[in-house]
Design a protein around this ligand. Structure first.
Ligand code: TTP
Ligand code: MG
Length: 340
């Protein structure tokens, strides 16, 4: 039997914002658009405190304001979320290379060939993500992707749910059909008109009724999904082409020592991500954005791939030495590529 793990971060964008603004912890937070509830735009996500008022992804920001006038509205800062996402994916990829990256806050891992019990691995993943990012996630473990994804959603937030074939009737069948992969709003309304509301209704319906209504392929897949059958494999992505960090300073830096210290710090972070992911890099690139937004990069390629902090730091400093630092520096970035 396969053991598939699905992980999904809890209230992802809102959780990253809570970490950045600890004073907002536990308050209703709504993230969407440019963060102005009087403007057009929809809710990207809401913290669990805001969800109690009925606020959820996809509703207009103005509606969210009506439902929860006390909520804190924040703009979407996609770049920050993507950075945290990258950190999480690096941790997951270090557990097993059999990782399918399915979105900014979710992934599948195939644990079938691993020695440790899947629950132990899941706890370890939760712990490592919490330590590295301060964020909680929910994990589902099941014999296939379909069930693992349903499982991760069953005990949010901070959940860990293990489902076996035997749990399908009791745990999966009472759920609304909408929870099945492949059932969007359209399919859902057609199914409802056919009297199919729960996954269990779909499981006991005849395959013929489904294939008549949805065609042979979709009809059969839907019916099989309701029975908990899914053989789709984990789709492994190619290794990241590069790992990097950049930082925009609170105030522009003009002293070489300050810039050097910042570069050393970025390099340490990048090298630790590189090592955590089990890679070595051949190319080092340093990026500088000056106060007038003039942006330049300098790169150098090593003789061979390396994960040595010393060597990579020296390479980064060689790159830094090739900039003409006449203007003050607004942003500094360090990136390693040509990974092996
Ligand atoms: P989800 O995992 O669907 O939601 P979530 O992580 O906020 O909450 P949950 O605890 O229920 O998993 O989506 C991940 C992120 O993707 C979410 O934080 C914001 C973004 N997103 C949108 O921008 N628009 C949307 O309609 C949805 C559903 C998500
Ligand atoms: Mg999520």
């Amino acid at each position: 039997m396969r053991r598939i793990l699905h992980i999904d971060m809890d209230a992802f964008f809102a959780a990253v914002e809570e970490r950045r603004h600890p004073n907002l912890k536990g308050r209703p937070i709504v993230i969407g658009g440019r963060g102005d509830p009087d403007s057009r735009g929809v809710v990207s996500t809401a913290s669990y405190a805001a969800r109690k008022y009925g606020v959820h992804s996809g509703i207009p920001l103005r509606t969210a304001l009506k439902l929860c006038p006390d909520a804190v509205f924040l703009p979407v800062d996609y770049r920050s979320y993507a950075r945290v996402s990258e950190e999480i994916k690096i941790i997951l990829a270090s557990v097993t290379p059999l990782m399918e990256d399915v979105g900014i806050d979710e992934a599948f891992l195939d644990l079938s060939a691993m020695d440790q019990p899947p629950e132990t691995i899941a706890r370890e993943i939760k712990k490592r993500i919490l330590e590295a990012t301060g964020l909680s996630c929910s994990i589902g473990i099941a014999p296939n992707k379909l069930l693992a994804k349903i499982a991760s959603d069953l005990q949010k937030p901070d959940g860990l749910t293990v489902l076996g074939e035997d749990d399908i009737a009791e745990t999966i069948w009472p759920l609304p059909v909408r929870k099945l992969r492949g059932v969007g709003p359209k399919t859902e309304s057609v199914l409802k008109r056919m009297g199919v509301h729960t996954i269990g209704d779909l499981a006991v319906a005849s395959v013929e009724r489904m294939t008549e209504r949805f065609g042979p392929s979709h009809g059969r897949t839907l019916h099989r999904a309701a029975l908990g059958i899914d053989e789709s494999p984990i789709i492994i992505h190619w290794e990241p082409k590069s790992i990097g960090r950049e930082t925009t300073f609170q105030r522009d830096l003009s002293h070489w020592q300050e810039i050097a210290r910042a570069l050393a710090h970025l390099t340490r972070q990048v090298v630790s991500s590189l090592k955590a992911a089990g890679y070595r890099a051949r190319t080092v690139t340093v990026k500088v954005r000056f106060s007038d937004f003039d942006t330049q990069t300098r790169a150098m390629t090593l003789d061979g791939p390396s994960d040595s902090p010393d060597l990579l730091r020296r390479a980064a400093f060689q790159c830094l030495g090739r900039f003409e630092l006449k203007k003050s520096v607004r942003l500094l970035g360090m990136r390693v590529s040509k990974l092996e």
